[in-house]
Design a protein around this ligand. Structure first.
Ligand code: UDX
Length: 448
């Protein structure tokens, strides 16, 4: 931890804002966090952490003396001239990013000194900085600097990602503003990419779109593997050893979800469209992802025939493990499809928020409760509690011992040896039908 830090203002006490605030405080800066929700500010002042993120509460506690929380913009701007915008930019109905919370911050800024810099952490379309610049000028705040400093934080490892980033991206209109923002990260070992504002904005969108593209690509390879007898895990390993490709984000599964990829891929596609360019590749990335979530239905039907009246246990609801976040989770689409087919849906998840659970599904407190009497158990989220799913206890509890593994968590040979029929994603063993399976359905299966 360095000493003699700056005073930083953070607008938005959401997930990005709180992680950013806590990590900057830990680097020795004083941080004032402002949010518009009174209850959130009260809870933070009382030492409560309103979101779940590993390591965050410890950081907030450890740096309590350097942090304060307020509802008032003036409490921030009277002390801080480095003003981070960490507000939400959710998708609009049209798929663009909703920037109303960003504009609200711009509107609320009072008179600011020459030194002030507004720093955008929220994910915004390329070109937003130019618009904010113009809005600041229109408000007589043309002397206020502006920088784009996108976050690259993954849920569940956000503190780690902040402290050990692959890179820090800072785009600014004035190089001196960029350098000043860069010094806030003193103590963190990472290359800093200084760029213009539009490029920094685009680096964020392009990075997430590229990672999503890798996932859709490997999912399509997995689907072809299912038809040709290849094993997608071996394929991914062999591909990943090529340094030009690399091993990350090549894990085939049930499709990507979460608060970032679906939103940012759509936002980039829309940005391109609004600018006069049809981003064809991203349309396919999105479509492949949607279809991937639905492929499970076909795999279930292959074994069970029509799903009306069948009992299906969905194991894992969140978009990935170690989070309670259900945003754009594959479970939502899958659960809705199963309910629409007339199946009885049970759901188990150790962390998902109760009120965001699937409407129409029966929520179960344990894995065993969910699978008891079920015709199939579907692994949607790779929670570690599911590693031992293929047990005698589960097999005996199920009406029909079928596991559909949407995350390739289990070992096909072990699951088969334990007496289950098993489907996974792009690995041999996926297609072994049960003796009683309905074989005459017109679905893809591994050729003889
Ligand atoms: C992501 C980015 O990693 C982060 O840099 C960005 O700032 C926000 O978006 P996050 O959404 O928290 O972070 O989750 P991540 O761990 O990246 O996973 C996203 C989704 O992709 C999950 O649904 C995950 O299951 C899926 N995924 C990931 C795959 O299906 N296969 C993979 O190989 C990797």
């Amino acid at each position: 931890m360095s000493s003699g830090g700056e005073t930083i203002g953070i607008f938005g006490a959401g997930w990005v804002g709180l992680v950013t605030a806590a990590c900057f405080a830990d680097l020795g800066h004083r941080v004032i966090v402002r949010d518009i929700v009174p209850e959130r500010i009260e809870r933070l002042r009382a030492g409560e952490v309103p979101i779940y993120e590993p390591g965050l509460s410890e950081l907030l506690e450890r740096n309590r003396e350097r942090m304060s929380y307020t509802l008032e913009v003036s409490d921030v701007t009277s002390e801080a001239d480095l003003l981070f915008v960490c507000v939400g930019t959710p998708p609009t109905y049209a798929g663009d990013a909703d920037l109303s919370a960003v504009w609200a911050v711009v509107e609320e800024l009072p008179e600011l000194g020459q030194e002030a810099i507004m720093i955008m952490k929220s994910t915004v379309p390329a070109g937003t900085g130019e618009k904010v610049r113009a809005a600041l000028e229109a408000r007589g705040l043309g002397h206020v600097g502006y920088a784009s400093n996108p976050e690259f934080l993954a849920e569940g490892r956000a503190v780690e990602d902040f402290v050990h980033p692959d890179r820090i991206v800072i785009g600014s209109f004035e190089p001196s503003d960029g350098k000043r923002v860069g010094t806030l990260y003193d103590g963190i070992e990472a290359p800093i990419v200084y760029s213009d504002v539009a490029s920094a904005e685009m680096i964020k969108l392009a990075s997430n779109a590229f990672l999503a593209t890798r996932i859709s690509f490997i999912n399509e390879i997995a689907n072809v593997c299912e038809l040709t007898g290849a094993d997608v895990e071996q394929v991914a390993e062999g591909m990943g050893l090529d340094r030009r490709i690399g091993p990350h984000f090549l894990h085939a599964g049930i499709g990507y979800g979460g608060s970032c990829f679906p939103k940012d891929v759509t936002a980039l596609k829309q940005l391109a469209g609004n600018s006069g360019y049809h981003f064809q590749l991203l349309s396919s990335v999105i479509e492949v992802n949607e279809l991937q979530k639905r492929r499970v239905v076909g795999k279930l039907e292959k074994h069970l025939g029509p799903l009306a009246g069948k009992v299906i246990a969905i194991l894992g609801l969140t978009f990935k493990p170690e989070t309670n976040d259900m945003r754009e989770a594959a479970s939502i689409v899958l659960g809705s499809r199963l309910l629409a087919e007339g199946a009885e849906v049970r759901a188990w998840d150790p962390m998902a928020e109760r009120d965001s659970y699937l409407r129409g599904a029966r929520i179960c407190d344990s894995i065993l409760e969910a699978v008891t009497g079920a015709d199939a158990a579907v692994i949607v989220t790779e929670w570690k509690q599911l590693r031992e799913l293929a047990s005698d206890e589960v097999r005996l509890a199920m009406r029909n011992p079928l596991i559909v593994d949407g995350r390739n968590m289990l070992d096909p040979a072990q699951v088969g040896a334990a007496g289950f029929a098993y489907e996974c994603v792009g690995r041999p063993g996926s297609c072994a039908p049960m003796p009683a399976a309905t074989a005459d359905l017109d679905l893809e299966s591994t050729p003889e």
